[in-house]
Structure formats: structure tokens, C-alpha cells
Design a protein around this ligand. Sequence first.
Ligand code: ATP
Ligand code: MG
Length: 230
Amino acid sequence: ANFPARGEVIFENVVMRYRPNLPTVLAKCTFSVRAGERIGVVGRTGSGKSSLVVALYRLRELEEGRILLDGSDISTLGLDMIRGSRMSIIPQDPVLFSGTIRSNVDPHGLSADADVQSALEAVTLWRAVALQGGLNAVVEDRGRNYSVGQRQLVCIARALLRRPVVLVMDEATANVDHETDAIIQTAVRTLFKNATVIEIAHRLHTVMDTDRVLVMQFGSVVEFASPAEL
Ligand code: ATP
Ligand code: MG
């Protein structure tokens, strides 16, 4: 349950495709993220940014290469560890469970109401949720009564309660207004200070204050340097 402890993430020559007859979407992809580092990932649409998340979350088998979390090959770790409480992934278009806001933010019912509310306040969702019945606000099938940005904020609130060592954020592209985008950016920046943060971004300004920016192209890393050097 205490794994990973430090949060170092290494991709070594990772090759992945979605189906055997399709082209590779990760092509000898290699990079290392130091424990506690905050990196931005940029690249054109289709360059493989979200596929990094797919590989890290073990949603597809790798064809070649390996991914190391604190030195351990993730293919040898249980899925419950990969998808456990110490690594949180905020997908580009998150799906919520039908139920309540509370059950989405705290699926295992481990936190006190006050803490769930604080997490929602921290991501500035509480005002909107309070109008819908507070913690018992209804979440419809897949979260369709929430916007993409709000669904991401719900996932960030969930991650907040878990205090992950690794946070991977795949910024939403569609229909996220500037205000929500700014809220998400600030939340990720301030609330996960000690975590390793991998932040996939669609706007360059989002990554200007990261430690390093990784540029993807055709499934490979073409640059990985401090924002000032790019
Ligand atoms: P965006 O900026 O639009 O989010 P991205 O960099 O995240 O793009 P990926 O989603 O990683 O790009 O896609 C990389 C390639 O993989 C693209 O050619 C895409 O069409 C393909 N792809 C993505 N998901 C699937 C899937 N589930 N099945 C088949 N091909 C896929
Ligand atoms: Mg993507």
C-alpha cells in the first residue's frame, strides 16, 4: 500500500499500439521523471500524449520496452497498485460513476464529510455542488450532468483525499472555459506540491512554470528541457 514511495517514473524504449494491425502510437519512447519533479507534456494532437497515460495505467500491453515506477517494472506489479491510492490519473475526459458527489470523491467511504467538502472547496466545486444538494448531489450515468472541466475537478478532489505520490493530469481539450482551466491549473500546482506531477497540456503557457517540458512527436520524445531552454 506504500508503493510507490518516491514517485520516480521511467519510460524505457516503450513501444505500444492499440491493435496489432494499427501503427505504433508510442515508438521507442524514453524519458525519466525524477521523484517530486513537475513536468509538462506537449505535442500536437495525436502525438501520443494520452497514450503515455494508457501505457502507465496498463490499459494496453507494451509491445517492447518497460515502464519503471520507483525502479519496479509496472508489468510485474498488481493492477491494484498501479491504479491504487498512491498514483492518481486525471483522464482527458473523465467518467464519473452514477451515484452522488460524495461517492465519486470518496468511493471507499474513507473520509469524513468535512474532508470531502474541503476537497470540493479546494477545487472550487463546492458552490456549484451545494446548490444541487451538497455531498448528496446526484451524479447521473457517467457524469453526464457535469461538464468535462467539472468532472476533472471531481477527480482532482478525489486525488486530494488520497494524497498521491504520482499525479498524472491529462488536461481536457474540449469545452473547458478559461476560468475552469485556470482553476484546474492552480489546483494541480498548489495542492500536490510534493508529488511527482506529469501534466499533459494543450496550451503552452500552462507548462511555462514546470521544471521541464517534454515534447512528443509521432510517439517519441523530441525534446525534454526546462521551459526556458525550449
Ligand atoms: P490530443 O492532443 O488530441 O489529446 P494525444 O497526443 O493525446 O492527442 P493520443 O490520444 O495519444 O494523442 O493518440 C495517439 C494516436 O493514437 C493517434 O493517432 C490516435 O488516433 C491513436 N489512438 C488513440 N486512442 C486510440 C484507440 N483507443 N484506438 C486506436 N487508436 C487510438
Ligand atoms: Mg490526448
